[in-house]
Design a protein around this ligand. Structure first.
Ligand SMILES: CCCCCCCCCC(=O)SCCNC(=O)CCNC(=O)[C@H](O)C(C)(C)COP(=O)(O)OP(=O)(O)OC[C@H]1O[C@@H](n2cnc3c(N)ncnc32)[C@H](O)[C@@H]1OP(=O)(O)O
Length: 256
C-alpha cells in the first residue's frame, strides 16, 4: 500500500512538470502564438526529463525512411532553424516534436492498473520495434500559424484492403496528430469526437502528409480539422473534423 502510494506520488511529481508547462501556457502574454511557441519549446525540453533513462526519439530518421519521407522531413526540418542576414542562426517557423514510446514512468493509465501493466505500457503508435514495419512519422508544429504537419510512412503491418492502409491505422494517425495539436493549444485533452471522410485509399508503403488546423476554441472545447494528402499534395486521402475536451489529470489517474 505504502509502495503504491509512493508510486502515485512520484507520478504526480512527473505530472507536476507537465502542470508547470500548462501554467506557462495559461500565463497572460502578448499573443497566442508567442504563448504557443513558449509552450512547445518548454514541452520539447521537459519531456526527456520525465523518463528514468535517455529514451529513444522515434521522430528522427532511420534506415527505413524512403526518399519521399526524407524529402518532406528535410523540407520542414530546414525551417526549424533559419539564418539571419548577418549569418546568425535563429528559430524558424517550424519546430520538430520529439516522440517517445511512453510518456510518463509511473502515471501510465490509472492507479487501478497492475504494476506489470504499468511497466509494460507503451504508446500504441511506437510499440513495434522493427523500423519501417508500422507507423513511421515525424510531427512539426508551427505556433505562429497554429498548425501542425506530420510526415507519415505507412509500413507493411498496417494493411487493410489488399495493398492499402487500414482505415483504423489512418484514424490512429489522425487522432495522434490532432490530439497532439490540441494538447499544444489547450493542455491535457481527450478526443470526444473524430469525424473522418475517407476520399481515396492510401497505398501501403507510401508517404503521406497530415496537416491539422485550429478551427476554434470554446471554453473546454478545442475544434481541429485535418486533411491527409499524398506527399506532393496532388491527391486528397481524408478530411477530418475533431473535437477535444480539456480534462484534469485526475480524469486519467482516478477515472473521475
Ligand atoms: C505525446 C503523445 C500524444 C499522443 C496523442 C494521442 C492523442 C490520443 C487522444 C485519444 O485517443 S483520447 C482516447 C479516446 N477518447 C476517450 O477515451 C474519451 C472518452 N470520453 C470521455 O472521457 C468523456 O466523454 C470526455 C472527457 C470526452 C467528456 O466528458 P466530460 O464529462 O468532461 O464532458 P461533458 O460530458 O460534461 O461535456 C462537456 C461539453 O462537451 C460536449 N461533448 C462531450 N462529448 C461530446 C461529443 N462526443 N461530441 C460533441 N460534444 C460533446 C457536451 O455536450 C458538453 O457541451 P456543453 O458544455 O456545450 O453543454
Amino acid at each position: 500500500m505504502a509502495r503504491s502510494l509512493g508510486r502515485i506520488c512520484k507520478g504526480f511529481q512527473c505530472l507536476g512538470s507537465l502542470s508547470s508547462i500548462q501554467t506557462q501556457l495559461r500565463q497572460p502574454s502578448t499573443s497566442v502564438s508567442v504563448r504557443g511557441t513558449t509552450f512547445v519549446r518548454t514541452m520539447v525540453q521537459a519531456l526527456p526529463s520525465l523518463f528514468s533513462s535517455k529514451p529513444r526519439d522515434f521522430s528522427l530518421p532511420n534506415s527505413s525512411w524512403g526518399s519521399e519521407m526524407m524529402r518532406l522531413y528535410e523540407h520542414y526540418n530546414s525551417q526549424c532553424e533559419v539564418e539571419t542576414e548577418g549569418g546568425e542562426k535563429q528559430e524558424g517557423p517550424w519546430r520538430r516534436l520529439p516522440s517517445y514510446n511512453r510518456l510518463l514512468k509511473y502515471a501510465t493509465g490509472g492507479v487501478y492498473l497492475s504494476k506489470i501493466i504499468q511497466s509494460k505500457a507503451r504508446l500504441f503508435t511506437r510499440n513495434i520495434r522493427d523500423p519501417g514495419a508500422a507507423f513511421e512519422y515525424v510531427l512539426f508544429v508551427n505556433s505562429e500559424e497554429q498548425k501542425c504537419a506530420c510526415v507519415f510512412q505507412a509500413g507493411h503491418l498496417l494493411e487493410g484492403p489488399p495493398g492499402h492502409v487500414h482505415g483504423g491505422a489512418i484514424a490512429t494517425m489522425i487522432d495522434t496528430v490532432t490530439g497532439t495539436h490540441a494538447t499544444i493549444l489547450s493542455g491535457p485533452v481527450m478526443t470526444a469526437n473524430l469525424n473522418i471522410n475517407y476520399r481515396s485509399p492510401i497505398p501501403l508503403g507510401s508517404t503521406v502528409l497530415l496537416e491539422s488546423f485550429l478551427d476554434k476554441k470554446e471554453g473546454r472545447k478545442t475544434f481541429i480539422s485535418c486533411k491527409v494528402t499524398s506527399s506532393n499534395g496532388s491527391k486528397l486521402h481524408t478530411e477530418t473534423t475533431a473535437l477535444f475536451l480539456s480534462i484534469n489529470f485526475s480524469h486519467l489517474l482516478l477515472g473521475e
